[in-house]
Design a binder for this molecule. Sequence first.
Ligand code: GTP
Ligand code: MG
Ligand code: ZN
Length: 295
Amino acid sequence: MSEGRIQKALSGFYYVDTGTEILTCRARGKFRKEGISPLVGDRVEVRELGGGEGFVEAILPRKNAFARPAVANIDQLVVIASGAIPKTDPFLIDRVVAIAALKGCDVIILLNKCDLNSADDLYEIYRAAGFQTLRVSAQTGEGLDELVPLIRGKLSAFTGNSGVGKSSILNALDPEFHLQVGEVSDALGRGRHTTRHVELYHLACGAEVVDSPGFSSFETEELNLELKHQLPETFREFRPYLNDCRFVGCSHTKEKGCAVLEAVRRGGIQKSRHASYLRLYEELKPLKDWQETKK
Ligand SMILES: Nc1nc2c(ncn2[C@@H]2O[C@H](COP(=O)(O)OP(=O)(O)OP(=O)(O)O)[C@@H](O)[C@H]2O)c(=O)[nH]1
Ligand SMILES: [Mg+2]
Ligand SMILES: [Zn+2]
């Protein structure tokens, strides 16, 4: 038995980096029965079969795990967005960010394509909410020197809607990289889902980054009861106000004397962030405490 880390997941195969070689592995059937899937970033025990092949026998305890993107043990999530072609809906960002907060995972907001559009609205929203927010361009290389120190020595996962330039940023960060990038050409500026699998890359600058397929629609799988119960806390800038509402159990949606709503009125909380909170609140409402949620 040897130990390694899953570097890539593709078509039912897991490519496990043992430090000396990459083994092409299948996962034991027991994982499927238990409803667990090995993830890129997982530390695993593998049984070698010879010829560079093996079986994933066990998954070692995880620091964290995400369904979207499908990764484990990351140090931070880099949420990539764009002010144009495609213009990212802040709700997409807020949703991912809430899930990351629930899992205690750090987030960086990276606004790409600043050569096309400086994304001032998004920049203001996330900077004001207290996120590390950077503007970059994969096209011109602008801002990338600020990004490098934030990802060096860490395992980051890039996520964001299709076409925002996740793969392009990796190509721009490392001249050795030639990842496939897609066109964003239809009228709605939708990406084409160019990246089709999840893979961990080692960059020359000393960063490890997982690239993954972008999302186009809202995934519901991660909306669970835990998020329902902790939703206000997952909005980091709400936290200073949460004990100041007039009513215990305030939902921060419409109550009189709600300190969160007051902060929104006074500009201490961005309207767009509270709008996302309301949308998530409504989406989570139907989840009942007795409902089993998927892991
Ligand atoms: N002008 C400009 N275009 C960019 C920039 N970054 C990426 N693009 C273009 O945007 C398109 C999509 O880029 P990708 O890197 O494939 O986007 P992605 O986020 O990896 O997309 P998926 O793999 O589908 O999730 C390509 O045509 C890129 O050339 C940028 O900073 N400026
Ligand atoms: Mg891509
Ligand atoms: Zn309140």
